[in-house]
Design a binder for this molecule. Structure first.
Ligand code: SF4
Length: 473
């Protein structure tokens, strides 16, 4: 069945995108580079010059690119030193049911298929709060300190019982507020509050509820984002991932995710989370239909937000994995970002975001070799163990699954840097002595330094594969 959004995207001309914003400036590459080297705050025009290696020529200039990467690496060393951090974490996502139809996403399954009477065979899942609790509890025994949970926007999801009542009271809940009651579905996901309480076990850090999920948890009401995040924090939520950001320029969102909240709503949700006392992160998903100007404008939105709030602990550039996504199936994109674009995205993130301390290299997106290279382009954080990762895998990515502490230590020391286990909020750190094997996590509530799993070839992954996934939107 072709959805409304599927039809919309066929109108998009990838060779001649009708965007208002284009990578044109009256700045020069040399001036922008000099400002970056001097530690001056960059303008959007400066950022565009750096990320394109100059708008005075087409394509990436290798020499200029190396100069940008070198400036970013130096800034990284001045800002955070030689440590490379990572966290012992589990991804436990509750459901793949979603009707939002984002065209870059292959994680979701049509929510209709999850209805008890649908008779539709589908590969998706929904977990009850009890199942989520058991999964987190089992992972705590392996030493995790963080559980990260991001889910599809299941129509039966509501913030709490009051929210269910409000949503039910609409004349046509499915059409007006994307709601069907839990009894319609084969599995009831519980409320958002229930799920937060279930995953908040023994003091593990719970990192969940993206701005898009927070919007879903308040749909059909006049509640503020702060109200929603306060209630979730009471239930056990510790911090919120600033995913669902994609590109924070609406003319791009109109193409890739027209069903999602707009840029101003994403910013309002993040401000609400921070007003409720939660730390946040921020992401960018790049390498699809956007241009260099959109990437830098996105950085400006994040930098402005951080100037106002100071609550963003890290910035996470996510390179678009195009295979198996609707954007690729419709012929809108044929590839993701090039290696040079990835390097420049990391580097300009470090240089432009002068108020965000940490920049992450995502080994799930980049793979090992390139992920390590990014640590010399401005990044200083190398993600987490991610006991299971499914979303990137389903979209065709090759690098999901699991990273042991042994691998982390070997990789980080191989590039001459210092491996450091961290907590999600970076406030607790443990420098790891590479000679003191075996390496295992110690910061988790039940961690004692025992290796979580022996290594990637010898792990018993089957039960984790079916239970724990990650959504990198
Ligand atoms: S990115 Fe999130 S909101 Fe969009 S379709 Fe996928 S699961 Fe749904």
């Amino acid at each position: 069945m072709t959805s409304v959004r599927d039809r919309d995207v066929t109108d998009f001309d990838a060779d001649d995108p009708d965007f208002d914003r284009r990578p044109e400036t009256d700045q020069s590459f040399e001036n922008a580079l000099a400002k970056a080297r001097d530690g001056k705050r960059l303008t959007v025009a400066d950022g565009i010059e750096l990320i394109t290696t100059g708008t005075d020529a087409n394509g990436i200039d290798q020499e200029r690119k190396e100069a940008v990467l070198e400036a970013a690496d130096r800034r990284r060393a001045e800002t955070v030193g030689e440590e490379v951090t990572f966290v012992a974490n589990l991804n436990n996502n509750v459901t793949t049911a979603c009707n939002t139809g984002c065209l870059f996403c292959n994680f979701k399954d049509s929510a209709h298929a999850f209805e008890a009477e649908s008779g539709i065979d589908h590969p998706g899942f929904t977990k009850t709060p009890a199942e989520s609790r058991r999964i987190v509890s089992d992972a705590l025994d392996l030493g995790i300190s963080e559980v990260c949970s991001v889910s599809g926007l299941h129509p039966a999801f509501a913030l709490n019982e009051d929210h269910h009542e409000i949503l039910r009271s609409h004349a046509d809940p499915a059409r007006e507020v994307n709601y069907k009651p839990p009894e319609v579905y084969a599995t009831d996901p519980g409320t958002y509050r229930d799920q937060m309480a279930a995953m908040s076990v023994d003091g593990v850090h719970l990192h969940s509820m993206t701005p898009e999920e927070a919007y879903h948890a308040k749909r059909g009401t006049d509640w503020s984002y702060e109200d929603v995040y306060r209630e979730l924090a009471e239930a056990g939520l510790d911090s919120a991932p600033g995913t669902a950001a994609e590109i924070l320029v609406d003319e791009v969102r109109d193409v890739i995710c027209p069903g999602k909240i707009r840029t101003d709503d994403w910013v309002a949700a993040m401000e609400g989370a921070m007003a409720a006392g939660l730390d946040t992160t921020a992401t960018i998903m790049y390498g699809h239909v956007e241009n260099a100007a959109h990437r830098v404008e996105h950085l400006q939105v994040v930098r402005d937000l951080q100037d106002r709030t100071g609550g963003i602990t890290e910035f996470v550039p996510l390179s678009f994995i195009h295979e198996n996504t609707p954007l690729a199936e419709h012929g809108v994109v044929e590839s993701g970002a090039s290696d040079a674009e990835d390097e420049l995205m990391i580097a300009v993130s470090r240089l432009f975001l002068d108020n965000v301390e940490h920049v992450q290299s995502s080994w799930v997106k980049y793979g090992d070799e390139k992920g390590l290279k990014m640590l010399n382009c401005g990044a200083d954080d190398f993600m987490g163990t991610i006991l299971s990762e499914e979303i990137t895998k389903r979209a065709g990515g090759q690098f999901g699954q699991y990273r042991s502490f042994e691998e982390y230590v070997d990789m980080v020391t191989a590039i001459g840097r210092t491996p450091v286990e961290r907590s999600t909020d970076y406030r607790t750190r443990r420098v790891i002595d590479p000679t003191d094997r075996p390496h295992g996590p110690t910061l988790g509530p039940r961690a004692d330094g025992t290796p979580m799993l022996a290594d990637r070839d010898h792990r018993d992954q089957d039960h984790l594969d079916s239970e724990s996934v990650a959504l990198d939107d």
